[in-house]
Design a protein around this ligand. Structure first.
Ligand SMILES: [Zn+2]
Length: 190
């Protein structure tokens, strides 16, 4: 952030009086611009034995597969956000079910909340953020081309739970472990 959204002055990074961490503060109007983590909501759309995935038409991870998910909007519930993102990215209508995974991603200031869901029909089509949308069974999951660790871990848990005959809520942390050429992540489930 460079300029104050209230008055247009250049902001400064400093610890406000009574606070304990640096914030963007406007020296002209005094507004403190707090920045807080974003919630990413999405779902695992089920159709019989298969799951619907989207191939990304945008960076990051262009061309790789992911579950429909995106930033929650103001004024909506988690479930409404998950259904909206699924409609936007996959043109798919779903009935949102139980919360399935909740992951903290503190290195990018995001919290992921992914729900199980039931695809209501097969009238899906890629939205502007997707190159293609397709149903995958466990055997033909594109494991090598999954866009994000949080999605790969959620899919891994899903197929493990399904083989064991029951789905529970899973929560944990996914933290980038090193900054080398190959990104590594530490995944800790609770
Ligand atoms: Zn200002």
């Amino acid at each position: 952030m460079r300029y104050c959204s209230q008055c247009g002055s250049a902001v400064q990074m400093r610890v406000p009086v009574g606070d304990n961490r640096p914030r963007y503060v406007c020296p002209s109007c005094g507004t403190v611009h707090y920045q807080n983590p974003k919630m990413v909501v999405g779902c695992l759309p089920e159709w019989r034995e298969r799951l619907l995935l989207c191939r990304r038409a945008i960076e990051p991870r262009y061309g790789l597969w992911t579950l429909p998910a995106g930033f929650m909007e103001q004024g909506e519930t988690l479930q409404e956000g998950a259904a909206r993102e699924t409609l936007e990215e996959a043109g798919a209508q779903v009935a949102i079910g139980d919360l399935y995974t909740l992951f903290n991603l503190p290195h990018i200031d995001q919290v992921y909340l992914l729900f199980r869901s039931r695809l209501l029909n097969l009238d899906f089509a890629p939205g502007t953020e997707s190159l293609e949308v397709a149903l995958f069974s466990e055997q033909d999951m594109p494991w090598m081309d999954i866009a994000f660790p949080v999605v790969r871990e959620t899919l891994r848990l899903y197929f493990r739970d399904r083989s064991q005959g029951g789905f529970g809520l899973h929560s944990g942390d996914i933290v980038r472990a090193s900054g080398g050429l190959v990104r590594r992540y530490r995944i800790a489930l609770r």
